[in-house]
Write a protein that binds this ligand. Structure first.
Ligand code: ATP
Ligand code: ATP
Ligand code: MG
Ligand code: MG
Ligand code: MG
Ligand code: MG
Length: 269
């Protein structure tokens, strides 16, 4: 306010440090659920993948994209979501702390707000938290490599978790025994165990589990019903209005190869 700006105390503002993100670079904010191993247990998440939890995460990420400015893409898996800001965004003068805290708080409040829609029979037992970090990538290649890194992580963890939980839930191994059994195995070994012992073809597992979730802005036609002023003879009737709007829509596709980036060149503009 006016009085603060003129007071003799105002010099303390100079103690604030500059955390401006380098211009023209990609700013990425990644959030990760705090102690979600425990959170998942306490809230009876299905193993290895709780669909409700994944859909709730995506709902929160969509809210972040709709409420905040300049996010061109988000990628999520497990208890994490990454948000990519437009290269030339000047939102909050590119201050890292503003980007990170606004994403984290909007996401966390959405998680609590939307919880009952996704977990109808499971009360939320305590307030969850999310840590955040900001990473600046200097060019398109490093940004793509960052996203590829997260998607590879999703694949590796999901393959491991799928076999691990099959061994525990279907073969009756203890978690320690299952861990022992998987020690030193490569991807092909795990796929083979799944196929020969559990008749599971990993290729047929849901894409959302194997690939995670990509959110990009897509034009969708939305039909709304509205009361409109009309000539007397048809007054009071409802009219269907359709508008084309951009929404953050979920895809479960590969983002490691070139195809995705060729199909959506506008993301990197
Ligand atoms: P920004 O997003 O830049 O912070 P802002 O609208 O939050 O914008 P602030 O300078 O943070 O602006 O000011 C917060 C405003 O919120 C106050 O000016 C006041 O209008 C309102 N506000 C906050 N707390 C209260 C309160 N307890 N009672 C009434 N009004 C409040
Ligand atoms: P940290 O606070 O260091 O992030 P963490 O316990 O959250 O600790 P992570 O490495 O982030 O550890 O792992 C998240 C854990 O949350 C997973 O290992 C898994 O146990 C659980 N989890 C998250 N999402 C789901 C889900 N959709 N279904 C089942 N389990 C999940
Ligand atoms: Mg972690
Ligand atoms: Mg976590
Ligand atoms: Mg995590
Ligand atoms: Mg304020």
């Amino acid at each position: 306010g006016v009085t603060m700006a003129k007071s003799k105390f105002a010099y303390v503002r100079d103690f604030e440090t500059d955390d401006t993100c380098l211009p023209h670079c990609w700013v990425v904010v990644r959030l990760d659920g705090r102690s979600f191993h425990r959170f998942a247990e306490r809230h009876n998440f299905a193993k290895p993948n709780d669909k409700r939890a994944l859909h709730l995460m995506t709902r929160c990420a969509q809210t972040v994209m709709e409420e905040l400015e300049d996010i061109v893409l988000a990628y999520g898996q497990s208890d994490e979501y990454s948000f990519v800001f437009r290269r030339k965004s000047n939102w909050f003068k590119r201050r890292a702390s503003k980007f990170m805290t606004l994403v984290a708080s909007q996401f966390a409040s959405s998680y609590v707000f939307y919880w009952p829609e996704y977990f109808e029979d499971q009360p939320l037992l305590y307030p969850p938290g999310f840590d955040g970090r900001v990473v600046v990538y200097p060019n398109n290649q490093t940004l793509k490599d960052y996203l590829s890194w997260r998607q590879v992580d999703c694949h590796i963890n999901n393959l491991y978790n799928t076999v691990f939980w099959a061994l525990v839930q279907q073969a009756g191994l203890t978690p320690v025994q299952a861990q022992e059994r998987l020690k030193g195995t490569v991807a092909a070994d795990k796929q083979e165990i799944l196929f020969s012992e559990f008749n599971i073809n990993y290729n047929n597992e849901p894409l959302m589990y194997k690939k995670g979730t990509v959110l990009i802005w897509q034009k969708v036609e939305e039909v709304t019903t509205k009361e409109v002023k009309l000539p007397a003879e048809i007054e009071g009737q409802k009219m269907k209005l359709s508008q084309v709007r951009a929404r953050p829509l979920a895809l479960h596709c590969d983002i490691i190869g070139d195809a995705f980036w060729k199909e959506h060149p506008e993301i990197l503009e």
